[in-house]
Write a protein that binds this ligand. Structure first.
Ligand SMILES: Nc1ncnc2c1ncn2[C@@H]1O[C@H](COP(=O)(O)OP(=O)(O)O)[C@@H](O)[C@H]1O
Ligand SMILES: C=C(OP(=O)(O)O)C(=O)O
Ligand SMILES: [Mn+2]
Length: 555
């Protein structure tokens, strides 16, 4: 039974989208179609269409008009399916079905009246979102840009020949970056839009070339659909240790907002990678939503991260907004187009992977935060109440923008570590997580990959080597017999020693030259946490509220 067929029966909508070689169901009747194009066909098309260049070593290098996501331009159609089920507000903005239908009509007209006699070229890929056959979505991507077609082919789960033969897409994504909306006429916010329609099972994207929209839009769909089936959707990476006791190896999840280290830390040669960004947690264990990775490559160091580095010199990779030298060599230190330079590659480009993209229940769960205030400990152990508190808070603090002269870190509270992709009330995800953590007995850790020894400007970023040493210790049970001390502002339990990590690093107060200055900033951060949490207080257990940070340091 496909994911939403019970609903489809209820609504009388078709059970799946057509698989035929036409797009007439979308109203598209005048277009040149490339059906399930392979890598070389897409390279040829991308080069012919002037979308990019071939970089040294073979990647397809492209530049995009938008260099990051446009979360404020994402809308969800408000109708009977979503009205009471979506947590409106924040990033979940309602739009009427009329606006959706009108934009779809305009998009099809844009294709049908295309410049050449055959209409516009379109690339169609049938792919799965989800490695678990019981919970995956069949998605038909209909795209204007050849490199987007290569991107989704790299990033999602490629069906086998047999699966392709009777592929029945549940959802359709129509992505036309060349089509720009008129905000006044079309009822959207700008010329860019991402519209999600659960009744029609369609996503419309226009105005933006940033390829990441393709994947995050589908995550938003799964994040809405899966909780109803008791499956917890998670913005996290996942890997598994060697199977030393015949129990399949210890699974670890790494939750975190963008830039906190999900992709970097999950690609650990000593552990098999399951996925780098989004997973589901079922009664059987965890499964990857994807079949590829999307790594940030700014300043990437070949020695520190050899696996990801190799992907930036490999045929089949899409390099997004990476600057190339005149001989085609990628300059990974050049952030002149954006700091958000990316490599998108099929997961099998990484050496040590879990081929099936599925594994058992996690033994450890890590909440990553890149705290530019330098306040949170580099590693601490969370109680079940703190787990809920930090999950609902979804904290990270980014470094200030380079251009606007701001020197203070920029706090971000993005609930469930992924507010822009979470259509439901955070409490629903939190409850599911709490149940699964309790049933599995997983231990939860908070890991600060951000600043140490002072806030941004004075301290420095935690070294990847130290973060990895702390993670290895935690995941291998190396912290089981260690004593922990309780830090007074957040009530976090900090291990007294971790092998491979100098002592002065573990307690953030000791790492600062000026302990009194630390206390001032810690109090300030504690207050920001409490202010943000006010919106959740009425909905959570008293014990969770009681685990809140205390600006007076009485925790
Ligand atoms: N201690 C650290 N742990 C993890 N990443 C770090 C650390 N120090 C610096 N970094 C850098 O921070 C970035 C983390 O980004 P990434 O792994 O892509 O995050 P995410 O996948 O969560 O968006 C990378 O550029 C990485 O090189
Ligand atoms: C793809 C993205 O995810 P992340 O930065 O978490 O890897 C993104 O934020 O656009
Ligand atoms: Mn990532």
């Amino acid at each position: 039974m496909s994911l939403t067929s019970a609903r489809q029966e209820a609504t009388g909508l078709p059970d799946s989208h057509p698989t035929t070689a036409t797009l007439t169901d979308l109203g598209i009747h005048n277009a040149t179609l490339h059906l399930q194009p392979g890598v070389t066909e897409l390279y040829e098309a991308a080069l012919r269409r002037g979308e990019g260049r071939i970089a040294a070593g073979g990647p397809l290098a492209v530049r995009t008009n938008k260099t990051g996501r446009s979360p404020k331009d994402r809308f969800i159609v408000e109708d009977d399916l979503t009205r009471d089920a979506v947590w409106w507000g924040g990033f979940n903005t309602p739009i009427s079905p009329v606006v959706f239908d009108r934009l779809l009509d305009k998009m099809t007209a844009y294709i049908n009246t295309g410049a050449n006699a055959d209409g516009k070229e379109l690339f169609v890929q049938h792919l799965f979102a989800g490695t678990d056959p019981a919970h995956r979505l069949g998605v038909r991507f209909v795209q204007e840009m050849a490199y987007h077609s290569l991107f989704v082919r790299n990033m999602f789960v490629r069906p086998s020949a047999e699966e392709l033969a009777d592929f029945a897409p549940d959802w359709t994504v129509l992505n036309l970056p060349g089509f720009r909306a008129d905000p006044v006429q079309d009822g959207v916010r700008s010329d860019t839009f991402i519209l999600v329609n659960f009744s029609r099972k369609m996503v419309l994207i226009g105005g933006t070339e940033y390829a990441g929209e393709n994947k995050k839009a589908i995550f938003g769909v799964l994040n809405f659909l899966l909780p109803e089936r008791g499956v917890m959707p998670m913005h996290c990476s996942a890997n598994v240790g060697a199977d030393i006791d015949g129990k399949g190896g210890d699974v670890a999840l790494f939750f975190g907002l963008s830039g906190t280290g999900k992709t970097t830390l999950s690609a650990d040669p000593t552990r098999a990678l399951i996925g780098d960004d989004e997973h589901g947690w079922t009664d059987d264990g965890v499964f990857n939503f994807e079949g590829g990775c999307y790594a940030k490559v700014i300043g990437l160091n070949a020695e520190a991260e050899p696996d990801i580095y190799r992907t930036t010199h490999t045929f089949g990779t899409v390099l997004e907004n990476v600057v190339l030298g005149s001989d085609g060599t990628p300059d990974l230190n050049d952030g002149s187009l954006t700091e958000n330079t990316r490599s998108a590659y099929p997961i099998d480009q990484i050496g040590n992977i879990v081929e099936a993209g599925r594994a058992g229940h996690p033994r450890n769960i890590v909440f990553l935060t890149a705290d530019a205030y330098g306040v949170l400990p580099p590693i601490s152990r969370l109680t079940p109440e703190q787990t809920m508190y930090f999950f609902l808070s979804g904290f990270t603090a980014k470094i200030p923008g380079t251009e606007d002269g701001i020197t203070e870190p920029q706090p971000t509270f993005s609930t469930c570590f992924g507010a822009p992709f979470m259509p439901r009330h955070p409490g629903e995800y939190a409850r599911l997580l709490a149940q699964k953590v309790q049933a599995s007995g997983a231990q939860v850790w908070l890991v600060n990959t951000g600043w140490t020894g002072g806030m941004y400007g004075q301290g420095k970023r935690m070294s990847i080597r130290h973060t990895r040493a702390m993670l290895n210790a935690a995941l291998s049970g190396g912290l089981d017999g260690v004593t922990f001390e309780r830090e007074p502002h957040f009530g976090l339990e900090i291990p007294a020693q971790v092998s491979g990590v100098p002592d002065g690093v573990l307690n953030p107060r000791d790492a600062w030259a000026d302990a009194a200055a630390y206390d001032v900033v810690a109090r300030k951060l504690a207050r920001m946490f409490r202010e943000n949490f006010k919106r959740f207080e009425s909905g959570v257990d008293g014990a969770v509220t009681a685990s809140m940070p205390d600006p007076d340091g009485q925790n």
